[in-house]
Design a protein around this ligand. Structure first.
Ligand code: SAM
Length: 295
């Protein structure tokens, strides 16, 4: 069966690679997480633009992939972008990779993608690992609506202002955080977001992978005493309690009126409660009034 995987990869590699910009997700720790398609694109691309060429060379040589590598990172992006676009203009295939995970997710590439699309080049995502989704899906918090908030600002003032903005968002929040800032960020989250359930996903897919669950206050408290932390972390925070989302009765009734045109009473109550992150009991009560079943 495993030999078949080798055949599939050989088949992919034997095909020509169409010109275009390929956004290739690479592992976030465990090298075995690379996809066959990612390997086949990296093996065939005429140019690989990498955030850190030395780092990516290790990944590529692990899989026996050579090829031309060029650096593309936040400090040289403005200068390098026209060169990459020129290669695309010459009908070549260019792969973009970051140090780990999915390019553009708290990593360079957004402007390159935008300009490539504006110039009419093909842009293809080769999906794969991303710390944000790996964390979100493994910590037992709601996954139906989430907001990826990337890194919080490093300084406390702007960080707290950003948390104020996020406070009422009716969604699970996903943050990246670095080891030296984790304790301070969690303390600010506990202070501003309130007693919500949360989780810290550490070193996903690696040897010291670990998920710690608890309220924000508890997690912040535990970390306050921790010695110097090491590793990579994602913090996932449950949505606010229903009354923090600020959904008014009018808003609920308006959505319910729309939902009732296409759904049964029961389904409409459930979907409106989910979308607005309010309790089903509240939507049910308002629904009874709306439909005249109760004065
Ligand atoms: N583009 C990457 C992705 O899609 O996962 C993220 C790049 S961002 C510069 C790096 C941050 O991602 C780290 O500081 C950490 O918050 C998170 N991260 C990356 N790898 C991780 C891992 N194996 N476990 C936990 N968090 C990780």
């Amino acid at each position: 069966m495993v030999a078949r995987a080798g055949d599939v990869l050989a088949d992919l590699i034997a095909r020509p690679l169409a010109p275009g910009l390929y956004l290739v997700a690479t592992p976030i720790g465990n090298l075995a997480d690379i996809s066959l398609r990612a390997l086949s694109v990296l093996a065939r691309a005429e140019l690989i633009a990498a955030e850190d060429t030395r780092h990516s060379k290790k990944l590529l040589s692990h899989f026996g992939i050579g090829g031309e590598l060029t650096p593309y990172h936040e400090h040289n992006a403005a200068k390098e972008r026209p060169r990459l676009l020129a290669r695309l203009g010459a009908g070549q295939s260019v792969a973009l990779i970051s140090d780990a995970g999915t390019p553009l997710i708290s990593d360079p590439g957004y402007k390159l993608v935008r300009e490539a699309l504006d110039a009419g080049f093909m842009v293809i995502s080769i999906p794969g690992p991303s710390a944000a989704l790996a964390a979100l899906t493994s910590v037992g918090l709601p996954t139906d609506t989430f907001l990826f908030a990337g890194f919080l600002p490093p300084k406390s003032g702007p960080r707290r202002a950003r948390l104020e903005e996020l406070k009422t968002v009716p969604a699970t929040l996903v943050f990246f955080e670095s080891a030296p800032r984790l304790a301070k960020s969690l303390a600010d989250m506990a202070d501003l977001l309130g007693p919500r359930d949360a989780a810290i996903a550490k070193e996903l897919t690696k040897l010291h992978e670990r998920v710690t669950r608890g309220t924000l206050g508890r997690l912040a408290e535990d970390l306050a005493d921790a010695e110097s932390l090491k590793g990579e972390f994602v913090v996932v925070v449950a949505p606010p309690a229903t009354d923090e989302t600020g959904a008014s009765d009018e808003k609920i009734v308006e959505q319910l009126g729309r939902a009732l045109k296409v759904e049964s009473f029961r389904d409409a109550v459930r979907s409106v409660a989910e979308v607005l992150q309010v309790s089903r009991a509240r939507v049910y009560e308002l629904g009874l009034k709306l439909t005249g079943k109760r004065e």
